[in-house]
Design a protein around this ligand. Sequence first.
Ligand code: IVH
Length: 680
Amino acid sequence: MDKQQARERIRQLSEELSDHNYRYYQLADPVISDYEFDRLMNELGALEKEFPEFLSPNSPTQRVGGWVTREFVSVAHQYPMLSLDNTYSEGELRDFDNRVSKLLNEPYEYVCELKIDGVSISLIYRNGELAQAITRGDGVRGDDVTMNVKTIHSVPLKLAPGDYPANFEVRGEIFMPLSGFRRMNSQREEEGEQQFANPRNATAGTLKTQDSAEVARRPLDIFVYYLLGDEPVGNTHFERLNLLRKWGFKVSDIKAKCKSIDEVFQFINDIGANRSQLNFDIDGVVLKVNSISQQEKLGFTSKSPRWAIAYKFKAEEARTRLLSIDYQVGRTGAVTPVANLEPVFLSGSTVKRATLHNADVMAALDIRVGDEVLIEKGGDIIPKITQVDYSVRKPGTSPEGFITHCPECGTALKRNEGEAAWYCPNETGCPPQIKGKLLHFIARKAMNIESLGEGRIEVLYDNGLVKDAADLYDLTYDKLFGLEKVIAGEDGKEKRISFREKTVQNILAAIENSKSVPFERVLFALGIRFVGETVAKKLARHYRSIERLAAATQEELVTVDEIGEKIAGSILGFFAESGNRKMIERLKAMGVQFEMSGEKVSESNLLGGKNFVVSGVFSSYSRDELKAAIEANGGKVTGSVSSKTDFVVAGDNMGPEKRRKAEELGIRIISEDEFTAMIS
Ligand code: IVH
């Protein structure tokens, strides 16, 4: 391939992959398999390696946290992972039952289970221990995601002694409970991260994450529903489910033995009626012939077992009309189009608004004001528009172009290549961004000045009293007392926001108290994009003061646990803004904590100019404390062992690759005690 062709192919692949990315994350409607996606991504990666001059920093291969380029090992399934035949119709379910009845020609029963809407997984156990967890992949080969699956508490890693075979395989569904999904998404929103469209996407995305520590923080769970192996165990599927439970696996309680197809329909109707009570998404009911010998008699087609079928629920849908489109600006400046709909009743509530996600989604739907649309409520919290009925569109309408300027401050919108969202870049002058940042600052987990709250921040902003967090500390009793605003509440009733004596005293006391909020929470409160609670903690413990953090380079930042290039870039960008630096100076002058209190690591130049690599787990330091101690004594920490490395500080479970490399290069490997001696 010559240069010209390579450039063209790279451009084409980048566009295609960005499109698939947004279909996956935003529309929750991928049109290609994970396997195909990875193939394209690998092709792009290989070309960029060969022609580095065409590698753009915004290439899909450079996206962290999006669809990560995967380096999971692909492995063959011992037994192919087939799918299930499925139907939405009662008639077809009866047809299935008639076929079973004819083929068996003897009495039989079914087991009905929930069809969990998650990601299927194959768990391989050897001698009672989890040996491997493999995704479905293309059914024949899947990805080894053992490290990630091991973080899920409901997956047993080691079974208690029992009557299970030496080798067996369990299939199940990994999913994210709705409560956890909502919590995680609102946290992501707070941290300026892209939200997942639904729990299934969140689960799939999480299992593909390279960083198992991050996976461990995501609320994943599992139900298992299928036991395989060469040794026969139990005579019925139901018995096998009970055995699985006895061995320590999580099996859903919601299941039933049914003697006839009418009993199956009863189960389906019961589930359908109570579906909204479940704390996880299901997309139907699976029925399986119970007897294993009858299952064997029925066998498999090339694609699916003849002894099972999935009855899928139709998503609840409603038809309504698009009245207008609003554009909302969030704390990070991202502009989200929101559809105002003619109110319509759907799955228990009246829907008036639906998200349109972003400009690409709007363009893909070619949606226009006045259109009749179909809306759906899935596991998603916000209803979405799934279809436009073009057949009844009135003539003379034109496509709804995305706005070009911020609806709040008039600034021209920007879009980063490869990202779906348009942004208002006017961070310091755009009202919802300013108010959003203030709200984040006062949140309970940040500075805990919650006596202020959204309505009151609005009043302060309207009266020109606050424009950034530092202004909060200039507030006085006289400035606040007597402020008032009447607003229309959610319910249409008037709501009066007033600053009476007691309120003002509470607010001022909370602001005063916030001066003792520890540095790590102050850092979180600053609202640096991608710096959530956990990252703020890591940074605070590592750098111990805002000055040291502000002086850190990209190379230094990425050596801190869990800090990747994306977060590092965002931190550098934050401190590059003079407005941010000024605000911090003012906050500091007011007495807000910008350094870690408590025992401070000793400072010296004993390690001056020496390069360190840290690996493993330590008993008297956390990894970050150890790194901070090295830096405080003049040493430098790097991520990988090279000929420039002077010392490797080795803890328990040191990475074998690092040890091998260090030994090969003859680099000194020291224990943490030896290290402590060096700086004492
Ligand atoms: S049994 C050979 N049971 O649905 C039979 N599958 O559409 C293996 N699923 O790939 C599957 N809940 O990921 C079975 N109770 C359940 C299930 C279930 C969800 C998923 C599974 C499968 C897909 C087939």
